[in-house]
Design a protein around this ligand. Sequence first.
Ligand SMILES: [Zn+2]
Length: 334
Amino acid sequence: MADVSQNAPDHEYRGLRYRLEYRDVKRLRLYISHLDGSVSVVAPSGFDDKKVEKALEKDMGRIIKKIRDVTGKVPEITGGLDRQSVQLRSLGDFEYELYFKKTERMTMRIKQSTGMVMVSVPKGTTIKEVEAFVARHIKWAEKCLKEGGFATSAAHRLYATGEDYYVWGKKLTIQEITDPDMAESLMGKEAADLIRRGSGAVRQENGRLLLACPAVSTPALRREILEIWLSDALEAVLPAVFKGCETIVGKSCSEWKVRRMTSQWGSCRADIGRIVINLNLGHLPPEYLNYVVIHELTHLWVADHGPEFQRRMDTYLPGWRKIRHDLQQHGYMC
Ligand SMILES: [Zn+2]
């Protein structure tokens, strides 16, 4: 991945510069560097530039978000104002997602799962009109965010020294280490190398979470470093968890993945047997992960959550109703 993204971009679409390479691959792959947010595309040799652009267009919302997460800045994408795709914008410190939609009036709402402010406006609305609308509603949004307990949600977190970070239900305190020599002595040579390359590493030690990162880093980069580590932690235990749960449920999935998800703890595509597990389960005690895996595997028998599904869950995991209830109370969907 890294060797591709280090090359200079040679293509551009809607102001997004990217490096394009045609190779003998089956599917188009899009890489966004964890280091600098640079974009590279590896496309099947049968593709042409138009087809690549079509793929970029389809993924534009995600690309913008990802670059924003890495660089802390929203990339300037041109020609997007009348498109349905999301834009990330800010007015002063106030950040929001802007959607141009087939709608009559401008609305602002707060995404329950993330505390992200979403503004929907009719197509053709100018940025000036949008900003006037946002300015009138900032107070309302900030009040909602505060009262909704979103103050500690992802959008407002710094992932900095002294902040809490939950791992398997245990509260750990983040300790940033920005000096490469210090990182090397505490966490090993790889951590020092990663700092020098603009990335970082994590190590759990007693009640602390050592976070090696560059001296100048954004909350988005620190979050990314922590999430890569958390994802690795989940991926390390999941083979055993799946094995145990598959024995209980009597079904196996063909493939599983860990992803940051914002509205559900897991998902299952029964037709192809693919299960996706929410990365945020790594913050919670392991019994929740176990429950979600059993829940998703049960979908390989029953698609909905009706009586048959519940009957099976009662058999596979007698205490599941309480676990589900507790899980709904957790604010880690971010
Ligand atoms: Zn379900």
